[in-house]
Design a protein around this ligand. Structure first.
Ligand code: 5GP
Ligand code: ZN
Length: 114
């Protein structure tokens, strides 16, 4: 999709600190990290949010989740515990409308979130 920043990262038109890549998914570090581990996992194909992705391609949604877990293992936060967040819609704070899983870990994560 034109003018989608995460499509441009997926196409390697914009640089990112990639931590994992599969045929259909890409994981890269957030430029404004909220925790020692803060990685975004996207499908390379454009889907606006988690609901749209699950509806359009359940297998790809599964791959994003598995990649999120692999990121946590790779950053050595899986044992202690980590969080996967899909902000969905403006009221939840979604600012980039290309679905992305936030993988957060490496510190105590409060619950409920703010
Ligand atoms: P949202 O608020 O949509 O759930 O999350 C968007 C996230 O993307 C934010 O945490 C923001 O810091 C991150 N972000 C926005 N633009 C870029 C970028 O160009 N590169 C990277 N690596 N992260 C970005
Ligand atoms: Zn996109």
């Amino acid at each position: 999709m034109t003018d989608c920043i995460f499509c441009k990262i997926a196409a390697k038109e914009i640089p990112a600190e990639v931590v994992l890549e599969t045929d259909r998914a890409l994981a890269f570090r957030d430029t404004n990290p909220q925790a020692p581990t803060h990685v975004l996992v996207i499908p390379k194909a454009h889907h606006a949010d988690a609901a749209a992705l699950a509806q359009a391609d359940a297998g790809l949604a599964d791959e994003v989740l598995k990649t999120a877990h692999a990121v946590a293992v790779g950053d050595d936060v899986a044992g202690a515990g980590y969080r996967i967040v899909f902000n969905t819609g403006p009221a939840a704070g979604q600012t980039v409308f290309h679905v992305h899983a936030h993988v957060l870990g490496g510190r105590e994560l409060t619950w409920p979130p703010g």
